[in-house]
Write a protein that binds this ligand. Structure first.
Ligand code: UDP
Length: 328
């Protein structure tokens, strides 16, 4: 009998890669997405498989899945500052009502459930790098609050179901991840820079570019997710690449990669933009024997090839046109 897994946010960047991985591992995959930020093109290659089924459903509403389920991965959520501004209520609902529905489903099905949490639970961190024990520095009423607090609530709810209802839970804190199938115009820094280079526009750095991030290639992240899910570790675990870089250096890497002749222009830093971010992955190393394998040079090359292969209308479709006020 094949194992059956429900993946929410399945048509999104991470969700779609998880569908691929679990199909490859021999699972039956039940994919769910309401397609607000997800894109069916990310999973259309799976539709012909008998091991794959898709539900167009909003997990903030009651979730019904017929049949057995051994695993649930809750990866449905908007995940970029522009999305939080555009759909703040949905962002809060999927992290709160959504997780409640899925934990209830996990309880009924006796399934193991992993929830996608985030380095955003650390907010603009005062501790560097960030270990799992750090409680964070989050502004609940700032532009990122709808995401950060939903994810923090989600962790609390998951632990409550674990201790009170004995649900078998896993919590992953995901740091900045990149790779093919990121939405070109979601406002995140990597698609922003590559998109600008491909359209022949200047690269927009917010602030002076001294803020840092640590970027993990999606294949490494998926491996970490798989190992954590199969482990017995129930407390939150960081998964990310500790290789830290300033946004200015990152822009220079993209300029070199794309051979663009455009320049860097500077725009105001959005409110509550974290100054630094780097995962402490001691736990992942020790408990999962996991660490990232793909260098930024390799990962960026693969990602650039993907963006280059996209049709022109995708390249020029700016779905966040009305939100430039926020990012400028
Ligand atoms: N950023 C930038 N130019 C852009 C988009 C983003 O300089 O066109 C900056 C942003 O202000 C932040 C960093 O890049 O400091 C990473 O932004 P992203 O939205 O990708 O992720 P997050 O801030 O959630 O880590």
């Amino acid at each position: 009998m094949k194992q059956r897994i429900l993946i929410t946010g399945a048509a999104g960047f991470l969700g779609s890669h998880l569908c691929d991985r679990f199909i490859k591992e021999g699972f039956e995959v039940v994919a769910m997405d309401n397609l607000i930020t997800g894109d069916l093109r990310n999973i259309e290659h799976l539709f012909k498989l008998k091991e794959f089924e898709f539900y167009n459903h909003d997990v903030s509403k009651f979730v019904h899945v017929p049949g057995d389920l051994q695993y649930i991965l809750h990866f449905a959520s908007p995940a970029s500052p522009i999305d939080y501004l555009k759909i703040p209520i949905q962002t809060l609902k999927v992290g709160s009502l959504g997780i409640h529905n899925l934990l209830g489903l996990a309880r009924v099905k006796k399934a193991r459930i992993m929830i996608a949490s985030t380095s955003e639970v650390y907010g603009d961190p005062n501790v560097h790098p960030q270990p799992e024990e750090y409680y964070g520095n989050v502004n609940p009423v700032g532009p990122r609050g709808v995401y950060d607090e939903a994810k923090r609530f989600q962790e609390a709810m998951t632990m409550a179901y674990h201790t009170y209802h004995k649900v078998d839970t896993r919590i992953i804190r995901i740091f900045n991840t990149y790779g093919p199938r990121m939405r070109l115009n979601d406002g995140r820094v990597l698609p922003a820079f590559i998109g600008q280079a491909l359209r022949g526009e200047d690269l927009t750095i917010f602030g002076d570019g001294s803020q840092t991030r640590s970027f993990c290639f999606v294949d490494d992240l998926v491996e970490g997710i798989y190992r954590l899910l199969m482990s017995s570790y129930v407390l939150p675990m960081n998964i990310g690449n500790p290789s830290e870089i300033t946004i200015k250096e990152f822009a220079e890497e993209i300029i070199k990669l794309t051979s663009t002749t455009q320049k860097i222009i500077y725009q105001p830093l959005p409110k509550d933009d974290p100054k630094q971010r780097q995962p402490d992955i001691t736990k992942a190393r020790q408990i999962l024997n996991w660490e990232p394998k793909v260098s930024r040079a390799e990962g960026l090359k693969i990602t650039y090839e993907y963006f280059k292969s996209l049709p022109k209308d995708v390249l020029y479709h700016r779905d966040h046109k009305n939100f430039e006020g926020y990012i400028r």
